[in-house]
Design a protein around this ligand. Structure first.
Ligand code: ATP
Length: 454
């Protein structure tokens, strides 16, 4: 028997698993795909929803100092002038004179084309915002932009949210939504695409307290990833040097993740100062100050912004959860996703396809569907079906066998330990509920997965 060969997770494996099992497809695939645009399939859409749900829960629902927002993608063009994006949101670009491929000049190591070795043009600034036209006439006056970040929708609604929610400082406004950037260099699967989703929160604080709130949010955000199972050794903080800071930022830390291609930004946490509110107040002529009831002072709040990407988080969660282990002469692929992120929470598996097991199995399937996304699989051997569920990260399988018809009990099998327990059918739902919430798992500590130290 030859030993199965286990290899480290690489991007190819993740892309292939995502394609094969219906997490992520190239956009418009039947037409050959569209460069760096991706479609989330039946399992991918659930993963993404769960990530957003976990973020919203932690950032909005569980907090008293937060409200949500869903602003439009198309905004008044003046927004982008005031925010500095029209002028400043650009990357330096060079083009190969031979093959006409474009490259970011600040990422180039030598002065010839990395693809064909041809000569390059002079570097010029290229604005990353997508332009389109509003209304039937395509003229300069009707240009609008697809938002390159969701944050500006929050700033322009600062007064609306403040006055209608009656919050006092410090408080935050959170938003999840699409953003678009005409990136010059894309790639690494969903790490950098031209259409993506952001989870952004702007936290408004009194001047002088911004330092401590910045530190607070860095910790909160790191904990969010760790609590959802990301291995601590795969996360690090990286402080932006002065010359790396965005035009609006006073201070910025990246939470980096060790992706298969190396360390790269997962989320940015910035102290934006009062740049945005002042710019919008000046540009719109509207007062955007805060009035402090206690001190009777008017001032412009300072802003701390944790800005995360849904797609980049999905990639990090997938890479971190990916695991292989020897299984006789094969390899068992397991996605050790945190139960709250797993697309399917439990799979109902009748031991055999025989008619006698179907009614009970289908009934259990119908009942559990009221609570969670659950799956049903009666094709091929039970071993194969367990493997299929392991590969997509399903934390629990529920097996119905002939004994179940007599003793009204079923077997729950755990993905991570592969251990099995027998439970009465009438306790199945409550048992799964407590296991899914992280309680009562055999050996799974906080985070819902086995932490492999070292
Ligand atoms: P990068 O330097 O990687 O382009 P950035 O510093 O420009 O990122 P921010 O403007 O800080 O990114 O955006 C906040 C978050 O939005 C990023 O941490 C990332 O998770 C996500 N994000 C930004 N650009 C993209 C993109 N092109 N594709 C996918 N996610 C993105």
């Amino acid at each position: 028997m030859t030993e199965p060969k286990l290899t480290k997770v690489d991007m190819e494996k993740i892309v292939s698993l995502c394609r094969r099992r219906g997490f992520i497809f190239p956009s418009s695939e039947i037409y050959g795909g569209l460069s760096s645009c991706w479609d989330y399939g039946p399992l991918g859409v659930e993963l993404k929803r769960n990530i957003k749900e976990s973020w919203w829960r932690a950032m909005v629902q569980e907090r008293d100092d937060m409200v949500g927002l869903d602003s439009s993608i198309l905004m008044h063009p003046q927004v982008w002038e005031a925010s500095g994006h029209l002028k400043g949101f650009s990357d330096p670009l060079v083009e190969c004179k031979q093959c006409h491929r474009r490259w970011r000049s600040d990422e180039m190591k030598d002065s010839s084309c990395p693809s064909c070795g041809g000569g390059l043009t002079e570097s010029r600034m290229f604005n990353l915002m997508f332009k389109t036209f509003m209304g039937p006439v395509e003229e300069e006056a009707d240009i609008v932009y697809l938002r390159p970040e969701t944050a500006q929708g929050i700033f322009v609604n600062f007064e609306n949210a403040l006055n209608t929610s009656r919050k006092r400082l410090p408080f935050g406004i959170a938003q999840i939504g699409k953003a678009f950037r005409n990136e010059i260099t894309t790639g690494n699967f969903i790490f950098r695409s031209r259409e993506f989703e952001q989870m952004e929160m702007e936290y408004f604080v009194k001047p002088g307290t911004d330092g401590e709130w910045f530190d607070y949010w860095v910790k909160e955000r790191l904990n969010w990833y760790a609590n959802l199972g990301i291995k601590k050794e795969n996360l690090r903080l990286h402080q932006h040097a002065k010359d790396e800071l965005a035009h609006y930022a006073v201070k910025c830390y990246d939470i980096d993740y060790l992706f298969p291609m190396g360390w790269a930004e997962l989320e940015g946490i910035a102290n934006r100062g009062n740049f945005d509110l002042i710019q919008h107040a000046n540009s719109s002529g509207k007062n955007m100050d805060y009035f402090d009831e206690e001190t009777k002072e008017h001032f412009s709040p300072l802003i701390i912004e944790p800005s995360a990407g849904v797609d980049r988080s999905a990639l990090a969660f997938l890479c971190d959860a990916y695991d292989e282990e020897p299984d006789k002469d094969e390899i068992r692929v397991v996605l050790r996703l945190h139960p709250s992120l797993a697309p399917i929470k439990a799979a109902i598996l009748p031991l055999s396809r025989k008619e006698t097991l179907a009614p009970l199995s289908k009934q259990i399937y119908a009942d559990l569907r009221q609570c969670w996304m659950v799956g049903y699989d009666d094709a091929q051997s039970i071993g194969r079906r367990y493997r299929r569920q392991d590969e997509i990260g399903t934390p629990f399988c529920v097996t119905i066998d002939f004994q179940s018809l007599e003793d009204e009990q079923v077997t729950i099998r755990e993905r991570d330990t592969m251990r099995q327990i027998r439970v009465p059918i009438k306790e199945l739902q409550s048992t799964l509920a407590s296991k899914l919430s992280g309680e009562d798992l055999f050996i799974l500590p906080l985070g819902g997965k086995i932490w492999k130290e070292g």
